[in-house]
Write a protein that binds this ligand. Structure first.
Ligand code: GUN
Length: 295
């Protein structure tokens, strides 16, 4: 049997980061009597959003942060949401906050993101933070790309001079990932190609990837025969597919794990790969926002 890829364990790494933060937060609480405070705004009843925000709140509390969630009904107007953002921008007790996406269709997402104080934008979605990241200035970097960079760093994956192929060009993952991997940094310093819905010869391009980052939103899209021997494969996707088990479903990524694990040198599993890192990096950003205010 062929050797299998090594697993990049996001769950274990996220726990390590949270433990590191917990110790640092304990020291801050000792000195200032107050831990970092992360707030979240959620509009509407999307069950996935509610689950995500509940996990963020649980994780924040588990490391000694204060966490608060502001829930608004689906029919909340854009003005009301902007007023809620103004309130959190001004609240000295809150170090960082997020507005959970997606928002109801009648609300302009760009307007909402631009209203967040960039110093409290721990999601790293504000154009000021995206712009600073793009020119290599200190900025809040959105949690999923930051989590992937952290995994590459902690697993000492060689990225310098490598061909990094990114599937997907979203503002949250593909686009920032392409910027970070092309920067004169380590990890980074890679030659980057982004593939998207209009890309021609996608299969040929994927085959040339030393590092393949999959954020295309299609379950098990990347098959074993599409991947170069020894590639490092990072799977950002998370999908439910029907399964004959108690729950009636199982979670899979954008990568056909059982096939690609036979070809890759490193691979992130789903679940337990990139997902847990996202929350850990959001907490890290909140910690940074709080310490910046103290200094
Ligand atoms: N919806 C899905 N992922 C995210 C995220 O990282 N931040 C926010 N605010 N909403 C999301």
């Amino acid at each position: 049997m062929k050797p299998q890829a090594k697993l990049i364990d996001g769950k274990k790494t996220a726990k390590k980061i949270k433990d590191e933060l917990k110790a640092e937060i304990a020291a801050i609480v000792d000195e200032h009597d107050k831990g970092p405070h992360l707030a979240a705004i959620i509009v509407g009843d999307d069950p996935a959003s509610k689950t995500y925000v509940a996990s963020k709140e649980r994780a924040a509390k588990s490391i000694g942060m204060t966490s608060s969630t502001y829930t608004y009904p689906e029919e909340t107007t854009e003005e009301e949401l902007l007023a809620a953002i103004d309130f959190l921008n001004a609240d000295k007790e809150v170090d960082g906050f997020i507005v959970q996406l997606p928002l109801p269709a009648h609300i302009d997402v760009d307007k909402v993101i631009e209203r967040i104080d960039p110093a409290k934008d721990v999601d790293g979605f504000h154009p000021m933070n995206v712009g600073k990241m793009a020119i290599g200035q200190p900025a809040f970097i959105s949690a999923t790309p930051a989590g992937i960079m952290e995994l590459l760093k902690r697993y000492k994956i060689e990225t310098v001079g490598k061909h990094c192929v990114i599937l997907g060009r979203s503002n949250i993952v593909g686009s920032p990932m392409s910027i970070l991997m092309s920067k004169k940094t380590n990890p980074g310093n890679a030659t980057v190609t982004i593939c998207h819905s209009k890309t021609q010869n996608m299969a040929e391009i994927i085959k040339t990837a030393d590092i393949l980052i999959c954020a295309i939103g299609q379950p098990q899209f990347v098959k074993g025969n599409m991947v170069k021997d020894g590639a490092v494969v990072i799977d950002v996707g998370i999908h439910r597919i029907p399964a004959k088990n108690e729950k009636g479903y199982r979670l899979v990524g954008d990568v056909d794990f059982d096939e690609v694990v036979q070809k890759a040198s490193y691979i992130t599993p789903v679940p337990g790969g990139v997902g847990p890192m996202t929350i850990a990096m959001l907490l890290k950003n909140t910690f940074i926002a709080a310490t910046k205010k103290l200094s």
